[in-house]
Design a protein around this ligand. Structure first.
Ligand code: ATP
Ligand code: MG
Length: 477
């Protein structure tokens, strides 16, 4: 839950979200406004069309002298309420007269618009006593919007050449239908645009930020000691200043680290000379001429000198592999390297009666740095022999896997606890009681990992089912 909340907060803080939100809000407002304007335009055009139509009909009636009835049917309704749309209420009460005395065809009344579902009605305006009047007799010629039985009607009042006043009217239903259609169309296209627009914005903003994401994952995947400057030609230029600052920082860190590495290397180197002198002095002492206690102390002194020499050598080695040494890539025979290591460390195996040798076919050639690859194999074999108990076994093998060659060092020692597998690659880290039981500096595996990185190889430690540890170095082949 906390994780989700954290992710949400990060998302809300992100520039990506803010950009998407900003562009979406502006876009939606723009689309909404333009739809509203086109809706209003349609409404006004429909109104103008109806008005034009009513006026045209009135003009035809006037110009072609269409005969308008002079008598009006008795009203069929007792009371009409006509309300001027602008708010001037015009009540017109009908006479309570029910008998029909017309000899003529029924003259349409304006109510026929609804009663008989007429689209357009042309009706005279009468104002004499007992006659139906729908508009005040003194009303000016022109366009009116009136309410008849709660329905809106657009009417054009005109006067013909015989001074008969008449009205051409039509309900607003058509206009309303047109306007509703325009409104529905507007809402439909608005919704559709939103559904297309927002995902497009999210996609485009995502595309813009893709190089930033790519750079971040590139930096995550970088090797520990890779402090080379970032090249960011594909990044938005706004980030140039940040990239410059980061590169500046990387450069400073690189320089500081170089100074520290040089210091370690120099210190180790400086320690070597007096160590050699002490070692020579200790060697020159003849144990047979010393008393028993003095001889014991000499043994301890020699052990301490050896430890110190190992530490100094490892420190030098570690500083060397950390400072990105120049690699001499050349074709190497793995078998030859194995034989060299066996010759170097065979005596340890003999001391502990360990069955130590090459297993299977190892006649492979790889292009790599001789010194680097030998350091890797040597350290792994040294560990295998150190941690394998008396009478154990240590095998060196090679397996070709697609485009990679795996160099394998198997032992029959105690293996490494799963939770310690990553820690053992930390400088000076030694597992639990091993520091007391075995001599060592805790620099061997860190040197192995750094060197592997230099060589484009990877190192994995696996606890074997049959017991013991398998150290596997995978090299490009
Ligand atoms: P040195 O610097 O002399 O190599 P070291 O062997 O103690 O000292 P690493 O080689 O870095 O240091 O190994 C780190 C730790 O990993 C060791 O202390 C040991 O506990 C464990 N380890 C390494 N290899 C093996 C192995 N083959 N079997 C069991 N434990 C191992
Ligand atoms: Mg070691």
């Amino acid at each position: 839950m906390e994780g989700h909340k954290g992710k949400l907060i990060i998302f809300l803080r992100s520039l990506r979200f803010k950009l998407c939100l900003g562009i979406s809000v502006i876009g939606i407002a723009y689309i909404g406004l333009s739809n509203y304007m086109s809706y209003n335009k349609t409404k006004a055009e429909a109104q103008a069309f109806i008005d034009e139509e009513l006026m045209q009909i009135a003009n035809v009636i006037i110009n072609y002298n269409v005969i308008l009835p002079k008598n009006w049917d008795r009203p069929r309704m007792r009371r009409h309420i006509i309300t001027d749309f602008e708010g001037h209420i015009l009540h017109q009460f009908m006479p309570r007269n029910s008998h029909m005395n017309s000899l003529f065809m029924e003259v349409p009344s304006i109510n026929d618009l609804f009663d008989k579902h007429q689209e357009i009605i042309i009706a005279p305006i009468f104002s004499g006593p007992g006659q139906t009047v729908y508009f005040p007799p003194n009303i000016d010629d022109g366009l009116y919007t009136v309410l008849i039985n709660d329905k809106r009607v657009r009417a054009y009042v005109a006067t013909n050449k015989q001074q008969i006043r008449f009205v051409v009217a039509r309900p607003y239903e058509l206009l309303d239908a047109l306007v509703n259609q325009a409104l529905q169309h507007s809402i439909g296209s608005f919704t559709l645009l939103i559904f297309i627009y927002i995902p497009c914005i999210i996609f485009i903003v995502g595309l813009i930020f893709m190089p930033v994401k790519r750079l971040a994952s590139e930096l995550y995947r970088r090797k520990n000691n890779d402090l080379s400057p970032i090249t960011a030609h594909t990044l938005p230029s706004e980030l140039d200043v940040f990239i410059e600052a980061i590169n500046n920082l990387l450069l400073k860190t690189e320089r500081t680290m170089q100074r520290e590495r040089r210091f370690i290397a120099d210190a180790a180197h400086e320690m070597r000379t007096p160590l050699t002198a002490i070692s020579l002095q200790a060697q020159s002492l003849d144990e047979n001429l010393l008393s028993k206690t003095e001889a014991e102390k000499l043994v301890q002194l020699k052990q301490a000198i050896k430890r110190q020499r190992d530490l100094t050598n490892n420190l030098l080695e570690y500083a060397r592999c950390q400072s990105r040494p120049v690699l001499h890539m050349e074709p190497l025979s793995i078998k030859d390297l194995f034989i060299e290591v066996i010759e170097d460390l065979g005596s340890i195996a003999d001391e502990k009666d360990i069955d130590f040798g090459i297993e299977g076919e190892c006649d492979y050639k790889v292009v790599s740095d001789r010194a680097g690859l030998k350091t890797v194999i040597r350290n792994l074999v040294s560990n295998a022999l150190k941690y394998t108990p008396q009478g154990g076994r240590c095998d060196l093998r090679c397996i070709l896997q697609k485009k990679r060659l795996e160099i394998i060092v198997d032992d029959s020692g105690p293996g490494i606890l799963e939770q310690e597998k990553e820690n053992v690659f930390n400088v000076f880290y030694r597992v639990g009681g091993d520091s007391a039981r075995f001599e060592g500096t805790g620099l061997g595996l860190p040197i192995v990992r750094s060197t592997c990185e230099q060589l484009g190889a990877s190192i994995t430690l696996i606890n074997r089912e049959e017991g013991g540890l398998r150290a596997c170095v995978s090299l490009p082949y």
